[in-house]
Each structure stands twice: as structure tokens, then as C-alpha cells.
Write a protein of this length. Structure first.
Length: 426
């Protein structure tokens, strides 16, 4: 073989080898790079997440029923108290004087009763004496004198009754005055912790009126029972039930989780829509839900921030699709709803205009032989990372599970390849 032929053969082999390498590389890079995941079984827990604050299971706000200056303050905020313990005293001078005055009036009333009793007895004797004389001989007593004596006796009886009523009135006034005096001493109605103290020594507390709230002196909280009060959106309320379990996380106790149970579900919005009608903005409608903590930690305090996951459903070993893998397509040729003309005028449709046939289709892109096809998927509960698959997919099917932007741009028949885990997000 001549040198020329050898050179030509070498060139041909080189060209063919280069073409083969380029062909292999092109085949490896052809297709949209996506994340793939096989459909398999998972244990799913669906929750409703909401935030709120901690409050004591039993709270007593103590206000003043009398207006007076704080005379003696025996507790501080944060102190533990027992039922019946004296907390503070108000200046009793004015109320003690009132008691003394009313007691004197009562004594005077008793004296009046005694005096009137004697007068009545005398009037009765005079009347009876004239009556006996008249019965013996009508000429011995004038009829007018007899009638006058009888009238005096009847009047004396009525005055005696009036003086007795005066005693009752004085006794009632004394009871009221003594009660007012007793209200200058504040006693703990329950045992617990002083979580709020709003007065200082020498301050004057006032009594509330219809248009003016009275002084809130202090608050006692019994922290052996603690509740988490959360605000739940109206769209989640229908899924909650009394007795649902919950997981609680408190900012003040990091890396700790606490359990609880739903004990109350509000029947009306925390802020009625009528109160926000004049603001010009549509306010969120939230409902109050109360969760009783099973084992409150030591040192817990009212008003601490809390986040709650209320468990509303649990599924064991069910097929699951990654949440990011579920997408929505229009019914016509699998077009994405994002492809609609954004410049077209939009108007809100009412229930009668939103017919079932107008709804979009939920589904996923299944990969077969390197190409994707959109498959409608019916899902059930929502777990932390997966939807429950009710129909449309089988165990072992491979679906596109990201990135989100790539899923939005996919169409039936597109070629895809598995994303290199080390390539990073593109």
C-alpha cells in the first residue's frame, strides 16, 4: 500500500471517529434537563398551620370596685400567690368613716324604736282605759275623746312600724358601707402567678363607668393549664374538628416541640367584616382556635408567640407525588394557563359562569423513553412534601419533579434528560 493511501485512510478514520464522538456527546446533551422522581409510597400527614399566642387556661383580671389611693402593695409582678392571699390595700379612711356614721345612724334608729314602742304602749293604755269607761257608762266619756284616743293609738303603731323600717334601712346601709370598706382589701381569688401589675404605691384607682373603663389593677394567671390561641384562615376552618391533635412550636423554647388538642373553634370571625368595610381593603377573615397544651414547660408565660400544626388527616403507605411535580394545564391541547393573553381584559366570574368544563386540569409529566406526556392526576390529602395520588399514576412511574420553571415550559413529546445533581440550578 502506498503512502498516499495510508494517509487517506488515516484521515478518513480520524474524521469518522470525531463524528462518532460528536454524535455521542450530542445525544447526551439533547433534551431538557429536569429532576426525575419515581412514584412510590409514603406516610402522609396533612396539617393546617397557623400562628398565635399563649394564654393561661384560667385568667382572672382584678379591677377596683371603689376609688381610692393604693395604701399598701404586698406583691410584685411575677410573684406566685395562693388563693385567699392579701395582694394590696387601698386607703380605708373614707370608707371606715362611712361605716362609723352608718353604725351611729343604726344606733339612733334602735333608740327611736325603743322610744316609739313606749309611746305606743302609752297610747294603747289611754285608749283602752277610755274604752272601758265608755263601756261601763257612755255618759262618762265623750265620744270625741274616745275617737281621739283611738286615733292616737293607731298613729303610734304606724310610727313604731316606720321606726322599725328605719332600723332595717340603717342595717342595709351598714352592710353596704362595710362591703365598700372590705373592697379596699384585694384578696387572690385563685392561686397562680401575677402576670400583670398595673398599679404602684400611692396611685389612685378608679371605678369603671359605662363609657369609662375602670382601673385594671392586676392579673392572676393559673399556668398549670396553658392554651395556644391561634388565628386560622376561613378556608381552613371547615377541615378542623374538636379533638384534633396539634404540634406546637414556641419561639421562646427553640428546638422543642409540644403536643396539644383542639378544644375550641370560633363560630364567628375575630374581626367581623363589617368593621373593616370602610377601610377600602378586603380584610382577611380569621377565626380563633384554642389548643390545650398537654405538658406546658416550666417558665412558660402568657402572650408568648406560638406556631401550631393541626393534624387534620393521616394516610399510611399511599402513593405520593412531589408537590412541585403537580402542575395545571388547560383542557385545550394541554396549554398552560400562563399562555393566555395577559393583555386581554379580565373580569371576575361568578359561580354560575364558572362551569365545571371551564376548569383547568391538574396533572404531571410522566417520562417514557426519554419523552414526557402530560397525565391527569387526581390527588387527595397534602403532606409536607407530597400529594396523595388517588388516580392517574402507578407505583414506579417516573415523573418530572422540577425545576418549577422547566415544568411550566414543558409540552407533550418534549425530550428530557435527568438533571445532574452536581450541576446546580439553572
Amino acid at each position: 500500500m502506498s503512502v498516499k493511501k495510508i494517509v487517506i485512510a488515516t484521515v478518513v478514520i480520524t474524521v469518522l471517529g470525531t463524528a462518532a464522538v460528536l454524535s455521542v456527546r450530542q445525544g447526551q446533551t439533547r433534551g431538557i434537563e429536569v429532576t426525575l422522581e419515581a412514584i412510590r409510597r409514603h406516610d402522609l400527614v396533612e396539617t393546617v398551620t397557623a400562628s398565635g399566642n399563649i394564654r393561661a387556661g384560667r385568667v382572672v383580671d382584678i379591677s377596683s370596685d371603689v376609688s381610692a389611693r393604693v395604701f399598701e402593695l404586698l406583691v410584685e409582678e411575677g410573684d406566685d400567690v395562693v388563693e385567699g392571699q392579701v395582694l394590696l390595700r387601698l386607703d380605708p379612711t373614707r370608707f371606715a368613716a362611712q361605716v362609723s356614721r352608718v353604725r351611729a345612724e343604726l344606733n339612733q334608729s334602735h333608740s327611736t324604736v325603743a322610744q316609739q314602742t313606749a309611746n305606743t304602749a302609752q297610747a294603747e293604755r289611754d285608749y283602752l282605759r277610755l274604752q272601758r269607761l265608755s263601756d261601763r257608762d257612755s255618759l262618762l266619756v265623750r265620744r270625741q275623746d274616745l275617737e281621739t284616743a283611738e286615733t292616737s293609738f293607731r298613729v303610734a303603731e304606724q310610727q313604731l312600724d316606720a321606726s322599725r323600717f328605719g332600723v332595717e334601712r340603717a342595717e342595709a346601709s351598714l352592710t353596704e358601707a362595710e362591703e365598700q370598706l372590705s373592697k379596699t382589701v384585694f384578696v387572690a381569688p385563685i392561686g397562680g402567678k401575677i402576670t400583670r401589675l398595673n398599679v404602684e404605691m400611692g396611685e389612685t384607682v378608679i371605678v369603671g363607668t359605662m363609657n369609662n373603663p375602670g382601673s385594671l389593677v392586676l392579673t392572676i394567671s393559673e399556668l398549670s393549664e396553658v392554651e395556644a390561641v391561634i388565628q386560622v384562615d376561613e378556608t381552613d376552618i371547615p377541615y378542623l374538628n374538636l379533638g384534633d391533635s396539634a404540634i406546637l412550636e414556641l419561639d421562646a423554647f427553640p428546638n422543642q416541640l409540644f403536643s396539644g388538642r383542639v378544644t375550641e373553634i370560633g363560630n364567628s370571625a375575630i374581626v367581623p367584616p363589617s368593621q373593616s368595610a370602610g377601610t377600602g381593603q378586603t380584610a382577611a377573615v380569621d377565626f380563633e382556635v384554642v389548643i390545650a397544651m398537654d405538658s406546658p414547660p416550666g417558665g412558660i408565660r402568657p402572650d408568648l408567640s406560638v406556631t401550631a400544626d393541626v393534624v387534620i388527616d393521616v394516610r399510611q403507605a399511599v402513593l405520593g407525588i412531589p408537590i412541585i411535580g403537580l402542575t395545571v394545564r388547560g383542557e385545550d391541547e394541554g396549554e398552560s394557563p400562563e399562555d393566555d393573553d395577559d393583555d386581554a381584559p379580565q373580569r371576575e366570574l361568578g359561580p354560575s359562569a364558572r362551569r365545571p368544563g371551564d376548569s383547568d386540569v391538574e396533572g404531571a409529566f410522566v417520562v417514557r423513553d426519554g419523552k414526557v406526556s402530560f397525565v391527569a392526576v387526581e390527588v387527595g390529602i397534602t403532606g409536607q412534601d407530597y400529594f396523595e395520588v388517588l388516580s392517574g399514576l402507578e407505583e414506579g412511574d417516573t415523573v418530572v419533579a422540577g425545576p418549577y420553571q422547566r415544568i411550566r415550559e414543558l409540552r407533550d413529546g418534549d425530550e428530557v434528560r435527568k438533571r445532574d445533581q452536581n450541576s446546580g440550578s439553572r
